[in-house]
Design a protein around this ligand. Structure first.
Ligand code: ADP
Ligand code: MG
Ligand code: ZN
Length: 474
């Protein structure tokens, strides 16, 4: 019997906000332990939470970026459980009325475009962080109460690679929308992976097993691949699978049982009595909608269509949104946008890494690269000289034409001047002249190179070629 895998992902993402979800403490990574805390986020009695308006906006915005609806009613529920990193003994979350519901994510997978349905993206809060030392453990509550978005897919993913590509696409969308920095190193994205297998052709889903708390996408891919094989192995041997929660042991490369799966009633969910439901108005929703930006996939497709870029160039501009924005302005109205893209991707990026600068530091006008391309294509300067002009542009912020003018870099097209260069090269390389006359075509290219050298790169190579042939009589 052949089996197929079914995967659903629950992705937790820390929102980028200045302060925490229910108090004014900084939402900041890396501060000294327990310095960003207050009575609210460490759960002292007698305090009341105040919702973070920015987190509510970013949640709705995320929903919109994931093509979700934003219902006009959302509420808060307490999920009760005891754990040392959970100071209130409950986590605020949204059980049955989440802030956003029913969307989808489209992303490139293999040769095509895949669509994965989103069940919901709801808002909850992060917990503290335990650290285990040699003979004691410590808890840092700086992270407790940081706004955390949970993005839940339908069980639409069919394998580890698809899960991996979905996660990368999701990260790209969230970064684009500015809702989260998605810094994996700082634990800003964590993922629960739900996996089942079933015989091909069966419509019913198999028994779901959840791998908790993955903090890298490649880890998700490895864990899913292992777990799918494990489940198939169990079934092949006539065993049965039961719902359970497992953890990924990255060192050994296996999943291990953590606990049998808890049910919702184990958490004694109930509506939070301290918080009013969130009832976003039409105006509020419309205002958030103005923040929706073009998604990465759509941008890639548009860059390829509008600027005739190959996929590899478009990927660079989608991956670095600031560079992409810069390119779009620089290429606007340019006759050859692909050439502008080459300058931006190769030369400009090289200058950035050479000087440790960014798009924000560029001194020359946004139209300058297009002008430079125009000078090369119009035969005014050679592409070699263009490199020098570009370096000067980057350094001083001047436009290309004045640089060419001032430094006398214009390509020489004047025949008598070129003739002088040719004569000089011919005189100095009589052996090559001999070779050429004896039918060695390659010698002409060598001589052409020598003329370019004599002219310090300024001679028009096309005219030089013609001129040499004429002089040498062929
Ligand atoms: P729970 O209530 O246990 O959290 P949900 O129904 O909310 O379960 O689903 C949680 C995640 O598990 C979702 O991403 C969903 O798509 C996925 N999922 C549900 N059933 C299965 C299954 N049989 N196989 C794989 N994934 C599943
Ligand atoms: Mg769950
Ligand atoms: Zn606080």
């Amino acid at each position: 019997m052949t089996y197929e895998a079914v995967i659903g992902l629950e992705t937790h993402v820390q929102l980028r906000t200045r302060t925490k979800m229910w108090c004014g403490c900084a939402n900041e990574y890396g501060a000294e332990a327990n310095t960003n805390v207050c009575p609210v986020c460490i759960g002292l009695p007698g305090v009341l939470p105040v919702p973070n308006a920015e987190a509510l906006r970013k949640t709705a915005l995320t929903g919109m970026l994931l093509n979700c609806d934003v219902p006009s009613y959302a509420k808060w529920d307490r999920k009760n459980y005891f754990y040392p990193d959970n100071p209130k003994n409950y986590q605020l979350t949204q059980l049955d009325f989440p802030s956003t519901i029913e969307g989808f994510v489209e992303f490139e997978f293999g040769e095509g475009i895949e669509r994965v349905r989103i069940n919901r993206a709801h808002l909850e809060e992060d917990v503290g962080k335990s650290t285990h030392f040699s003979d004691y453990s410590g808890v840092d509550f700086n992270r407790a109460g940081v706004p955390l978005l949970e993005i839940v897919t339908e069980p639409d993913l069919t394998g580890p690679d698809m899960a991996y590509d979905y996660l990368n696409a999701l990260k790209g969308i969230l970064e684009y929308g500015g809702v989260s920095d998605c810094d994996m190193e700082k634990g800003q994205v964590r993922c629960d992976v739900n996996i089942s297998v079933r015989p091909v052709g069966q419509t019913e889903l198999g028994e779901k097993i959840e791998i908790k708390n993955m903090n890298s996408f490649s880890g998700v891919r490895r864990a899913a691949a292992y777990e799918i094989e494990r489940q198939i192995g169990v079934l092949r041997e006539g065993g049965t699978l039961v719902q359970e929660t497992r953890r990924w042991n990255d060192v050994v490369g296996i999943t291990e049982n953590m606990r049998t799966k808890e049910d919702a009633h184990d958490y004694r969910y109930f509506p939070d009595p301290d918080l009013m439901p969130h009832r976003p108005s039409e105006e509020w929703i419309a205002e958030v909608r103005t923040l929706v930006k073009e998604l990465p996939l759509a941008r890639k497709q548009r860059l390829m269509a509008d600027f005739k870029l190959p996929s590899s160039d478009a990927v660079v501009f989608v991956g670095d949104a600031a560079l992409g924005d810069y390119f779009e302005v620089a290429a606007k109205g340019a006759k050859n946008p692909k050439a502008v893209a080459n300058w931006v991707i190769n030369n400009l990026q090289a200058k950035f890494s050479e000087t440790g600068s960014t798009v924000a530091d560029i001194k020359f006008e946004t139209s300058a690269i297009g002008e430079l391309v125009g000078l090369v294509e119009g035969g005014k300067i050679s592409s070699k000289i263009a490199q020098d002009v570009f370096a000067e542009m980057f350094e001083s912020g001047k436009s290309p034409a004045p640089i060419v003018e001032e430094k006398g870099l214009s390509q020489v097209c004047d025949t008598s001047e070129l003739q002088a260069f040719c004569n000089e090269a011919i005189a100095a390389n009589s052996a090559s002249v001999e070779d050429f006359r004896n039918g060695k075509e390659a010698a002409l290219n060598f001589l052409k190179g020598q003329v370019m050298k004599v002219s310090r790169g300024k001679a028009n190579p096309k005219i030089v070629g013609e001129l040499l042939k004429k002089i040498l009589g062929s």
